[in-house]
Design a protein around this ligand. Structure first.
Ligand code: SF4
Length: 319
C-alpha cells in the first residue's frame, strides 16, 4: 500500500445532517482505505485515491485541537463518529499514530467517540480507552468467520479471529461493543449453517446485540465487484440485483437493494437463530428504507437530544 501524507485544508470535523449520525460530528483520518473491501462505496467517490493508495491527513490532530478549542465554536462537540468513509485502524503505523492522537485529544476533553472497524485495535488504544470507557462506543464489522469470505470480499481487513480478539479486549476494558453484520451477501453469508456459526461465536464472546444489513449496490460498487470478484461469484451476485431498479436511497440517487422478499427471509433466518443464543437483532434503517427497521445503534440516543427533523434514510457507512 502506498501512503501519501497530505495536509487537510478544510475543517476536519464535519456535521452530518442525516440518518443515524444526525447532528453528530464525523471524522475520517484518511481518504481511501487499505482494507480495499470490494463492496466499499467510498472507493467510488470522485476524490478517492486509486486502489492501493491511501491519503493520510497528517495535520489532522493539530487541526482537530484548534477546532475543538476555538473560542469561535458555536456548537459544542459532544461526540465524534469516526470512519464514515475509511477505517481508523488500518495497519499502517502512521495512520494509527494520527488516529491515536485524534482520539486522545477527544477523550482528554471529555468528548465521546464511536467507530466502526474491520481492523485490529492495538493495545495502546485499549489503554487509552480504559481511561474513559464510558466515552467510547465500538462497533466491529463482521459478516462471516470464513477466511474464504474475507479473501474474496475484504481482502486486506483483519481476520475474523483478530476482530473477535479485538471485541473481547475492548469489552474487557469496559467499552461498549456491538457487532455489525453488514453487508450480508445473498446466497453467500446468509445460509443457516454460516449464520449459526457466526451468532453462536458472538454469543460466546458476550455479544448481546447485532445490527444487520444486506449488500446495497451503487454503480461504482457494481463495477468493483465485476472487476474484483471471480466470475462465478460475480454472476451469482449480479443475478440477485438484475430485476431491481436503480432507486434513490438517501443521498444516493442510484442504488439497488437486494429484493425485499429475499432480505425479509434472510433477516427472519438471522432472527430465529439469534433467539436461540439470546441475541438482540436490529435491522439497519439506513439501508432498508422500504421495511420496518431500526436506527443504527451508535449509542448516542441517551447522550444526544432526539432529532427534530423527519427521519431520513441514508447510507452512512461504506460497508
Ligand atoms: S468498507 Fe470500510 S473497511 Fe472496507 S475499504 Fe471501505 S472504508 Fe475500508
Amino acid at each position: 500500500m502506498k501512503l501519501v501524507e497530505i495536509d487537510r485544508k478544510s475543517p476536519v470535523l464535519s456535521r452530518t445532517r442525516f440518518g443515524c449520525l444526525q447532528e453528530v460530528f464525523t471524522l475520517n483520518i484518511t481518504r481511501g482505505c487499505e482494507f480495499a473491501c470490494v463492496y466499499c462505496y467510498a472507493r467510488g467517490y470522485p476524490d478517492a485515491p486509486p486502489l492501493g493508495e491511501v491519503h493520510l491527513f497528517r495535520n489532522l490532530p493539530e487541526k482537530l485541537t484548534r477546532e475543538l478549542d476555538s473560542p469561535r465554536r458555536r456548537n459544542p462537540v459532544l461526540w465524534v463518529a469516526f470512519n464514515t468513509a475509511s477505517d481508523s485502524f488500518q495497519m499502517h503505523p502512521r495512520i494509527q499514530d494520527v488516529t491515536y492522537r485524534a482520539m486522545e485529544a477527544l477523550l482528554h476533553r471529555g468528548i465521546g467517540l464511536s467507530f466502526l472497524t474491520k481492523g485490529y485495535v492495538p493495545d495502546r488504544f485499549l489503554r487509552l480507552f480504559s481511561q474513559r470507557p464510558e466515552l467510547v462506543k465500538a462497533r466491529i464489522g463482521l459478516v462471516s468467520l470464513e477466511d474464504s469470505y474475507r479473501d474474496l470480499f475484504e481482502p486486506k481487513a483483519a481476520s475474523a479471529k483478530q476482530r473477535l480478539d479485538t471485541l473481547e479486549r475492548l469489552r474487557a476494558t469496559g467499552v461498549e461493543v456491538e457487532v455489525r453484520v453488514d453487508p450480508i451477501i445473498p446466497f453467500y453469508t446468509d445460509r443457516p449453517e454460516e449464520i449459526r456459526q457466526l451468532l453462536e461465536t458472538l454469543a460466546l464472546k458476550g455479544v448481546r446485540s447485532i445490527t444487520l444489513s444486506y449488500l446495497h449496490l451503487r454503480p461504482a460498487v457494481l463495477e468493483q465487484l465485476r472487476r474484483e470478484l471471480p466470475p462465478k461469484e460475480f454472476r451469482l451476485l449480479e443475478s440477485c440485483f438484475a430485476a431491481q431498479p436503480w432507486t434513490e436511497v438517501g443521498t444516493s440517487t442510484r442504488s439497488k437493494l437486494v429484493p425485499r422478499p429475499l432480505r425479509q427471509r434472510g433477516y427472519r433466518r438471522f432472527q430465529e437463530i439469534a433467539q436461540e443464543f439470546g441475541l438482540r437483532v436490529r435491522i439497519c434503517a439506513c439501508k432498508n428504507p422500504d421495511m420496518e427497521a431500526h436506527r443504527c445503534s451508535i449509542g448516542l440516543e441517551s447522550r444526544l437530544a432526539p432529532p427534530t427533523r423527519r427521519w431520513k434514510q441514508l447510507s452512512l457507512f461504506p460497508c
